[in-house]
Write a new protein. Structure first.
Length: 104
C-alpha cells in the first residue's frame, strides 16, 4: 500500500534539508513544489506538532524577518532557536540572506 505524498509532506522533506545556521524563505520553499504557494508553506509548518523534529524555525519571510505567529510567543521562540544556531539579526530584526540564506 503506497502513501499519497501531499504538498505538506514535500514541505517537511525540504525543510529537513535546511542545515543548522541557515534559513530559507517561505517563497523559496514553495517554488520547489509544483502548485504550492508561500502561504501554503506557512500553513504546513503551522500544523506541525511541537515534537516533530522538523526545523520549522529555519523558515522566514522574504524580507529576512520572522513572520509573527503564536501571539508573539512563537516568534520569540523562533528567534531564540535561530540565535542558538549562530544566526545574527541586525538592528532591524532582519537576517542577512546573503550570509545565512540556504541555497538548495
Amino acid at each position: 500500500m503506497s502513501k499519497n505524498i501531499t504538498y505538506r509532506d514535500m514541505v517537511f522533506d525540504i525543510v529537513k534539508q535546511i542545515p543548522s545556521g541557515k534559513v530559507a524563505s517561505y517563497g523559496q520553499i514553495s517554488r520547489m513544489i509544483p502548485g504550492c504557494t508561500a502561504r501554503m508553506v506557512g500553513y504546513a509548518l503551522a500544523s506541525l506538532p511541537n515534537d516533530s523534529g522538523i526545523p520549522w524555525q529555519r523558515v522566514i519571510n522574504s524580507k529576512g524577518k520572522i513572520s509573527p505567529h503564536g501571539a508573539g510567543f512563537g516568534s520569540a521562540m523562533q528567534r531564540a532557536l535561530l540565535e542558538q544556531e549562530g544566526i545574527i539579526f541586525n538592528t532591524d530584526n532582519r537576517i542577512d540572506m546573503s550570509i545565512f540564506g540556504w541555497i538548495a
